[in-house]
Design a protein. Structure first.
Length: 135
């Protein structure tokens, strides 16, 4: 059950993060927000680095994928902030939160992960939600 505690903390922080994205966009442009957000991420990164004794694991493929992870995550954050600065946070954040549909498609295609009919139905409902929220 420890995983559930961490998961719920993450949900709370993501909820706060979405709210703070809208709040920051009232005072600055998305590019400036991204710069300060990166500084905030660096603070957390240094804290975690200290927790592991300044000795992160090193694997060439792991490093490459981790750098790509950081790049795509920050680019996604930039476009999310642009979205909330132009639209309603209540719509932009919910649509953005459906990103697992893309992840599911990728792991289905590249790793052959199977899905039940119920899971396919959930994906379909997620796509319907995007349509309803965007229209």
């Amino acid at each position: 059950m420890e995983w559930l505690i961490y998961t719920l903390i993450s949900v709370g922080l993501y909820g706060l993060w979405g709210f703070l994205s809208k709040l920051a966009s009232r005072y600055m442009d998305p590019a400036s927000i991204l710069v300060y957000q990166t500084v905030g991420a660096l603070v957390v990164g240094i804290y975690v680095l200290a927790q592991i004794g300044f000795k992160p694991q090193a694997s060439a493929k792991g490093i490459i994928y981790s750098l790509l992870l950081g790049t795509t995550g920050m680019a996604a954050n930039f476009f999310l902030v642009k979205g909330v600065s132009l639209g309603k946070a209540s719509t932009v954040i919910v649509i953005t939160a459906l990103y697992p549909i893309v992840t599911i498609g990728l792991v289905y295609c590249f790793f052959g992960e199977s899905l039940s009919m119920r899971q396919w139905a959930g994906i379909g409902l997620g796509l319907v939600a995007i349509y309803l929220l965007a229209s």
